[in-house]
Every structure is written in C-alpha cells, then in structure tokens.
Design a protein around this ligand. Sequence first.
Ligand code: ACM
Length: 774
Amino acid sequence: MEKLAVRRTRHLAWAALLAAPAAFAQDLPITPLPASVTLGTGDFTVRDGAAIGIPEGDAGAASAARLLATHVKAERGITLAPRPGAAAIQLIRDASVAGDEAYRLTVDAKGVRIAAASDSGLVYGAMTLAQLLSPDRAYGKPVRVRAATIEDAPRFHWRGLLMDVARHFQPIEEVYKVIDQMASVKLNTLHLHLTDDQGWRFEVKRYPKLTEVGAWRTPPSSGGPVGPRHGGFYTQAQLKALVAYAAERGVTIVPEIDLPGHAQALAAAYPEFSVFADSPEVGHDWGVMPYLFNPAPEGIAFIKNVIDELIEVFPSTYIHLGGDEAIKDQWERSPKVQAQIKALGLQTGNQLQSWMIDQFGTYLAGKGRRLIGWDEILEGGLPASASVMSWRGEKGAVEAANQGHDVVLSPAPLLYLDQLQSNLGDELNGRLAVQSLEKIYKYEPVPAGINAEKAKHVLGAQGNAWSEYLITPQQVQHAYFPRAAAIAEMTWSAKDRRDFASFLDRVQPQIARWRRSGMEVADGAFAVGYTLQGSRGDALRANKATVALATQAPYGTIRYTLDGREPTAKSPAYSAPLTLKPGVTIRAAAFDKSGNLTAAARAFDTSRAALLTRTTSEMTACPGGSLYLRVPLTPDATANAPVYNIDLFNTCTAYPAAPLDIARGFTVSVARLARHWGLAHETGKRRDQYPATMHGELVITARCTAAANDKTIKPIVIGSFALPDPATAPTQFSFSGTFPQMQGDEDLCFQFTSPVSAPFYTVEKVVLTEGATK
Ligand code: ACM
C-alpha cells in the first residue's frame, strides 16, 4: 500500500513537471544543474548487470564507461558492464555536440545514450547518468529513469578546488579520492599547492635536497616533548600517474610552486638560493615568514630548472608560481638585491617581483604554457605573460581583467574552505568566520567592476582548502564537502538558472553519494542549532529555559524529543520556541520530504549545570579582540583533537553575562597550545602581557567589558593563578576558586599573562557552580 502511494505521488509530481519543464529540471537529482532538460515520454529501467556499449577502439569512451560503472557501483550498489559494441546504455562519439566539455544525454523507453565530441563531454554525461541512477537512498535496487533529453555544457572552464599539501602533507591516495569526487560534480581543476614555508612536496631530480630536507619539519612544542617530524613528498612517477588518473576524469592538475615568499623550506634545503644563505629550519609556524627566494641570476636559473621538471610532470596550460604575501624585508636588507634592482632600472621590491614573474612567464610561454599567480603580482605592474588568481577580495581580478588578463576568482574568506561552515560547537579546526553553503552557492564569479567586454577574461572560480589547521584527510574532506557542490553549480550552471532551494533538494542525494563513497561530508548546514532566549541568568532565575531551534540552510522539517531518545520522522515537528523546566535535554534533527535524516541529531541540555557552563565555542573575545581561529591542541594531530577558539593576538577569552548572583564557585579548564605563528609585519598587533610569576599567570576579572568601555568603571579581580612549568605540566589542567558576593550578570575575562615567547594558553571550558567549588 505504502509503496503504491509513494509511486503515485511521484507520478503526480512528474505530471506536474511535464507542464513546467524548468521546474522539472530543478527536481532532477543532478548537481550541478544542467543547461537544458526536455522531457520525453516513457521511461527506462536500469538493472544490475546492464551493459554499457562503447564504440570499438574508443579509449576515451571506454574510460568514461568504466567511470560510470565505478560510480554507480559505489553510489547505487548495482553493477554495470562496459563492453564494445551496442547496448541499451550507449556511449556515442558525436562531433555535432558543440563545446569541448559538452554532452547530450537522451533517455527513452529503449535505453540511454550519451553523446559527446570530447572525452570530457563523455565523462560529464557519464557522471550525470550516475546521478540519475542514484536519485534516492535505495541501494542495490533497479532504477527507473524517465525519458528526457539533457543538453549540457559549463558556464566556466575553470571549476576548481585548491588542495594545500604543503602545510599538512596528504598521502597521495587522499588526492586520488578528492579527484574522484570532484569528477562526480564536474569540477575540473585541482590546484595543488606543492610548496610553502612548511614543506616542499614535489620531487626535483636535479635538486634532491628540496625533498630530502625541505619535505620534513619538526613540529612546534607547547613546552613539553616535541612530537614526531611531519612531512612527505610525491615522486615524479607518483604525480605522473595522478595526472593521468585525473585526466581520465576530466580533471586538470595545476601545480603551484610558491615564489618568492613562502620559501622557507626551499631556503632550508638550498640556502644558496635564498637571500642570506642563513640556513633556517623548515618552517613550523603559520602565517607570513621573512624568507624570500634569491632573484640573482643563479636563483632565476634554479627556478627555471625546477620549472623544466615541473612541466614534464604536469601538462596543464597553467603553471601557478604563487607570489602571495612576499614581504620584501630581506630584499630590502640585501645590498646585492638592491644593486640588482638598480641595475634593472627598477625602484622597488614589488617591481623586482614583477620582473621576476615576467622572467618565468616568458620562459613558460616559450614552452607553450601560461603563468598564473596570486593577485600580489599586480603590485609592481602585471607582465603581459601573467594571469591572476584573486584572493584578497575581487579587486585584483577586476584590475587584471580590465587590463585584459585572464583571472580566476577565489576571494577570501568566502571561497576559503578552511573557514568553518556553521557555528555549531562540534565544527572541526579552521578559521572561525562561517562561510555557509548558501553564501558560497550565491557567489557570482564575474565581479561587478569588470567591464562587460572583459568578462570573457574570467576563467572561473575555485575554493581553497588551506591546511594550516586541516590536518587529517577527513578534516580536508569535511572542509570540501558539501561546499564543493555549491562551487560546482556556481561555476557550471547558468547564472539565471541557479536556485538555492532547488540546490538543497539536489545536494541531498549528492551528499548520500559522497558518504557511500566513503567521504567525510560536513552536515553543519542541515543540523539543528539551539538559541536560548534571554540570558542564562534569566533562565536560571526564572527556572525555565525558552529555546529556539533552527537549521542554517532552510531545509527539512525539524523534529525533536524531550525524553532522551533519538528523534525520528515520527517525532513531534518543531514549530515555535520550547519553554522547558531546566533539566530536560532536547534532541532534534531535520528530516526531508521522504523522512530521511538530513544531519545527525544534536542535543541541548537545559540543566542548571549546563546553563552555567561555557565551552570554548561559547566563549567570546575579550574587549578589543576577536576570536577568529579554531585550532587543535597539537599542531599535527593525526586524529580529531580538542579544538579551541582563539585570538592569536591576545591570550584572553571571555564568559559573557555570567550570573554572579547565582554562581558561587568556578572551575576553569585551561589548554596549553604551541605558540607558532609568524606574524611578520603584524607583530605590533599582538598584545604583550608581562608575567608577575616565572611562567605567567591566569588573571580572572569580572566587569571587564564595561571597564574597557568606560574608564570610570573598575574591573573586579576574581583571582590570579600561577601557571605551571610548561616543561613538566600536562597540556590540559584546571583552576578552581570562589566568587565574592555579587549582583546579577557580569562579563568575566580570562587573561593569560605568560611571556610572548612561551606557549599559548587558552580556556577550554568554564564551569560555574551554585555551591562553592573545592
Ligand atoms: C593566500 O591566501 N596567501 C593566497
């Protein structure tokens, strides 16, 4: 009965869509949305064991067929069998399908045909069919596909992700997995950030120390013992195999060697090619380091030799040579570099950087390649040979495109995928300003300032997953997925056809496919978050908590329980804030139209003890600061470690509106992290604190925000606790104390006064208690 009802509803939905083809296209389980869909009549059922016909001797079609079979096996659990000749599912080479990434997919009662002129067109047709064959969560079942003709081609040819394998090395198998899942949503450019201060990952046969020395770093210490060295590199043979694998999936790998800054690993390996030959260690600090590459003739020759090996391995048209964040201090301090600037008739370090970029741009052009660099390469005048990747907002893209250069958009923070995706307390490491699925989806890659006739210079856009804080493969995947689908649709689909509500419907089956393929996919956009109405003190004083429930993405029906059980599709639907006696735990999740969970349930505990506790995610910045990083306890943790929200310029966090009329005692849990940031020109922003005791102390004050805003108000010192010797103390410890008698809510600040050269302390959790804490 129930099955019939479902089929009937589906049928009605299809009938409605027949009348409205645009709406129909949006209901297909396809991400990114195709350029056009025309419905036919009838349908075709694909069953386990169905053959995929391949034109005789067509290697590209054979590869697309294998890819189709692999995805359908993983995503639907049915086996398709590629074989030469004719079959009901047929790949066809058709020169009339115009466009180098275009395809036509036709479904009728007799079967499915995928036609394309190019190999990548056949791959994209295959990926669309794989999605049509996994429209829901049914696994191992035949799939009925409605008759339709899909004509499809992308809006942009650069649809990318950046993988930073320099800061945290990823085993090559992990890069393969990302390529597989890029292909599933027709992303076609993997920008591999292969070198940085903290590691050189590309084997260069002529300069073996680049990887023997430059690929390994000693992690920074938080005062205790130093962990094992971190690192790794890829051989040229490994990378050639990776490039070939990616190419079969329509993915081009664009390698980046970052110059002249972010060059500390290079300087560690070959001091003679750095400015002062002063043999630094491979970097273990994040941020901007002073080490620059040496622009003298021997340095230029060295890089050309590296480029020769790089282009042997990577056939991509574009070669990325970095150019970002190269503070010019070393060039300014070097008489030799200053003499070179003069001899070249230049005035500034930025102009020398432009000269250098032109040397390499011209060199690459002579080999049929093109140079792309970060937008700083505009600063000394952009050489004709260069294209620009805009990261400091869109300004660089606007300027470069209007000058007639090709550009790629990856503006920070929006398209920086190490930014968190929700404000839930269980988010992993990263940067705190939330870049939601919706914000990324709605990004328009052609910035308003680009003149209409120059818009053709926008090659596309990419999302960058920088890996200072993304350590494990799962953390990297979590940063990519599902936002990669938003980037795919933003760069593939026509601007006027994009629609976030429709995307949310279509991204759900894609999330299921990624999970079936073993990927870690973030569910923060779909998870239920809780907002306590009024202050915690209000709830405690009234002995009732009013809690609002919401999901970040407007999708699904929120259902909840109050009895500790997991919510199901039959649990009560949430419609308005819940007012509860403290002591109840709410568990809630959102469910889609078919009753599937869209994210794991999250809980909210209304007990008095929970209302009096704030964890790191619930702490705020102290006056004048901002918490903007979420960092792990250990810099190279090989699994999810505890994470802390911090302001790296100020070792202080606040518990806002602590109910000090109610709380009598407190326990503050403290974590000791490595202080490992190269602040370069931002050092002056750091708030230096001066310790009264050997290793510094934790000073707790109340009324700290009011006092910071109004000098006539005095903060109240609650306590000062000497910090233990970092060489011997554990990395997590706690202090307890009692409050003086006070009235109402007060902000509490937790300020560490440790020396700036020492470890970085932060608060893990503050527990206030109604009785005195022992
Ligand atoms: C960058 O984020 N430094 C390109």
